[in-house]
Design a protein around this ligand. Sequence first.
Ligand code: ZN
Length: 132
Amino acid sequence: MKRNLILILTLLTTLALLACNTQNEDMAYFQLPPELMGKLAAADLLDGKEDKVIEKCASCSLMMPGKPEFGMDLSDYHLQFCSEPCQASYATDASGRLATLKVPELPAVPELPAEMAPEVPAVPEAPEAEEH
Ligand SMILES: [Zn+2]
């Protein structure tokens, strides 16, 4: 009788561990719809590197710098949030938050129109040599 109990307990523990592992994997390899994957890709490019690490806080419209200690894996990407509440909001509803996220456009390289380009300073004329 006692032996059976131990067996059942062992089984339950194993099942619980398996359940935990499955949950973690679901979180990391959470399948996102293509449009949300596109947002992640755009957000990834915002920091200037296509490294699958989103360094700006997605919860703050990608305006705040994220911190490694508030990181979270989402699909192929690693998101860094600026604070624990920001991280928690994505941990509970990543696809819902992503759906409302507006990824800012990449800042365009400023290009001055020709007429506004600063004039090339004229080389000061050499003082005329005095005639003797
Ligand atoms: Zn934030």
